[in-house]
Design a protein around this ligand. Structure first.
Ligand code: PLP
Length: 466
C-alpha cells in the first residue's frame, strides 16, 4: 500500500519522500490537519453498492449516487467524488449547481458519471451551463419548470448537432418533508406542461424523486409509520404522473438511513451521503462498524503548549471549568473559527450556575498507550484547553505532540473518538461536525495512489497527497 501509516508507537511513516514532504509542509502551514482516507471512502461505497444489490432475486440493479454536496461533507469535493466512483458509484449528487459544474470542470465527464443537482433559485441558476455539461436537474416548482424550459430551448437553438441537448429532469415531489418538491395538487397542475415539454423534445423526464424525514429512527414506531406514509404518497405521485402520460425512467427515495435499513424502497437508485463518509446517520441506529462502514476523516492537531497549574485554576473564558487538583493542561490550537463547536465546551466544578458536562474528546498518545481527555472550559476562537488529569511528564505528553480529535475508530469508550462523540458533546449530528470544519484546516489524502488510476490521480492537488 502506498502512503502514510501510523505505527503502534504513534509514529507516522511514509512510503515515499514526496508524501512525507507534503505532510511536513501541511504541519508547518497549520497546526491541525484533516486526513481523509480515500480507501475508506472507496470501500464504504463498494459496500453500499453490494448491499443494495445483495438480493439475487431482485429483477434489476440498483445504482448508487455518491452525495458529495457541501464539499463532500467537508471531505473535499473532487477527491471524494473520485473515490466514490472507484467504489462503484455511477451517479454523483450535489445540492448547489456550482459544485456539479466543478465536478465536470475537474474532468469527470458524462460518460463517467451522471450528476444530479437540486437546490436552485430558478431565476439565477445557470441552467444553460448545466445542460451543456449534461448535468441532470431537479425541478420542484412551476418557476423552475419554465426557466429550465427556456434554457433548454435556447441551448438547442445554439448547440446544433446530431444529438440535441435535452434537459434530463428529475421531478421532485413532496411526500411529507415539507421542503422541496411539488405537492400532489401542484403536480396535477404542472403534469400536462411537463408532458408537453417532453413531447417537444426539450425535457426527458428521467426521474421521480423525494426525500425522507425520519428514516433514521427505525426504532421509533411512529417514525416508521411516517416513513411508510411517505412511501405510499411517493407511489401515489407515480400513479398521477402515469395518468398524465409521464413515465419517469427511474425513481429514487433512499438516503443513507433507508439504504441501510429499508431494502424495499431502494427503487432504481439510492442516494447515500453520510455512509460514504463512514457514518450511520444517527448513533441510535448503532455504530458505523455495525453497518460495515469506516469513518474516512481523521482530525488531528499539534499541541501548542503543555504546562502545570495548581488546584483551583479556572480554564478559559468564564471560569466554567476549575481544576480540582494540581494538574497539567495542554492547549489544542483549533477553535470555533476552525469549526470546533463552542457547544462542545467542558463544564466542571461550577457550582449551581452550570451543570457539569464533558467537552469534546481528544485522544493523547501517552506512555501507557492512547488515553482520552476532554475539552476543559470554553472552546475559544483558535484554541481550546484540555485538563490532562495528571502530570504531563509522567504521562509522556509534550508540546508539539499530535493528538486526535476524531478518526476511524469505534468510539470514545474504546479510546477512539469519532465525529459521533463530538456530535454528542456538541448536541448536534456528525454531519455538522465535518461540514463545519473550515478550509483553513488543510485536507490531506491517504491512499490516493492505491485507489485512483493515473488519470484520476492527476486531477488532485499533488501537494495534498500523503
Ligand atoms: C443530503 C441528501 C441526501 C443524503 O443524506 P444522508 O443522510 O447523508 O445519506 C440524500 N438526498 C438528498 C436530497 C439530500 O439532500
Amino acid at each position: 500500500m502506498v502512503g502514510m501509516t501510523v505505527d503502534a508507537a504513534g509514529l507516522t511513516r511514509f512510503d515515499h519522500p514526496n508524501l512525507q514532504a507534503n505532510y511536513e509542509r501541511a504541519c508547518r502551514r497549520y497546526p491541525a490537519q484533516a486526513i481523509v482516507d480515500l480507501a475508506a471512502l472507496r470501500d464504504n461505497m463498494r459496500h453500499l453498492v453490494e448491499i443494495v444489490n445483495a438480493d439475487p432475486a431482485k429483477p434489476h440493479r440498483t445504482e448508487v449516487m455518491g452525495v458529495v454536496k457541501a464539499d463532500a461533507y467537508g471531505h473535499g469535493l473532487v477527491p471524494a467524488a473520485l473515490a466514490a466512483l472507484a467504489g462503484g458509484a455511477t451517479w454523483l449528487g450535489t445540492a448547489q449547481a456550482h459544485e456539479a459544474l466543478e465536478l465536470r470542470r475537474a474532468g469527470i465527464g458524462p460518460e463517467r458519471a451522471r450528476i444530479l443537482t437540486w437546490v436552485n433559485d430558478p431565476y439565477e441558476v445557470p441552467y444553460d451551463e448545466l445542460l451543456r455539461q449534461h448535468i441532470d436537474v431537479s425541478v420542484g416548482t412551476p418557476d423552475a419548470v419554465e426557466q429550465l424550459a427556456k434554457a433548454a430551448e435556447a441551448v438547442q437553438r445554439f448547440v446544433r448537432g446530431a444529438d440535441p441537448i435535452v434537459a434530463h429532469v428529475h421531478v421532485k415531489v413532496d411526500t411529507g418533508f415539507g421542503r422541496n418538491g411539488f405537492t400532489l395538487n401542484q403536480l396535477d397542475l404542472i403534469a400536462p406542461r411537463l408532458k408537453q415539454l417532453q413531447d417537444a423534445g426539450l425535457f426527458e423526464i428521467t426521474g421521480q424523486w423525494s426525500h425522507l424525514a425520519v428514516a433514521d429512527a427505525p426504532d421509533v414506531p411512529e417514525f416508521v409509520h411516517e416513513t411508510d406514509e411517505q412511501v405510499a404518497r411517493f407511489e401515489e405521485f407515480t400513479r398521477h404522473m402515469q395518468e398524465a402520460g409521464i413515465e419517469p425512467r427511474i425513481r429514487h427515495l433512499a438516503n443513507t438511513a433507508a439504504t441501510l435499513s429499508r431494502p424495499e424502497i431502494h427503487y432504481d437508485l439510492v442516494r447515500p451521503g453520510v455512509a460514504l463518509y463512514g457514518y450511520e446517520p444517527d448513533p441510535a441506529m448503532g455504530t458505523p462498524q455495525d453497518y460495515g462502514l469506516t469513518p474516512a476523516m481523521t482530525l488531528q492537531a499539534q499541541l501548542s503548549s503543555v504546562k502545570h497549574v495548581p488546584q483551583g485554576t479556572g480554564l478559559s473564558y468564564g471560569r466554567v471549568y476549575v481544576t480540582d487538583a494540581p494538574t497539567s493542561v495542554a492547549i489544542v490550537p483549533v477553535g470555533y473559527a476552525d469549526g470546533i463547536h463552542r457547544s462542545a465546551s467542558g463544564f466542571d466544578r461550577c457550582g449551581s450556575r452550570h451543570e457539569d458536562r464533558k467537552g469534546g474528546p481528544v485522544a493523547f498518545m501517552t506512555r501507557d498507550g492512547v488515553q482520552v481527555r476532554h475539552v476543559s472550559g470554553r472552546v475559544c476562537m483558535d484554541q481550546f484547553i484540555v485538563d490532562l488529569h495528571g502530570d504531563a511528564k509522567e504521562l509522556g505528553i509534550d508540546i508539539g505532540d499530535t493528538v486526535q480529535l476524531f478518526g476511524p475508530g469505534r468510539g470514545e469508550a474504546y479510546g477512539e473518538p469519532t465525529a459521533d462523540d463530538w456530535a454528542k458533546a456538541a448536541d448536534t449530528i456528525s454531519y455538522e461536525i465535518f461540514t463545519c470544519l473550515r478550509n483553513r484546516v488543510p485536507r490531506l489524502y491517504r491512499n490516493a495512489a492505491s485507489v485512483l488510476d493515473a488519470d484520476d490521480l492527476a486531477m488532485l492537488d499533488q501537494n495534498a497527497l500523503i
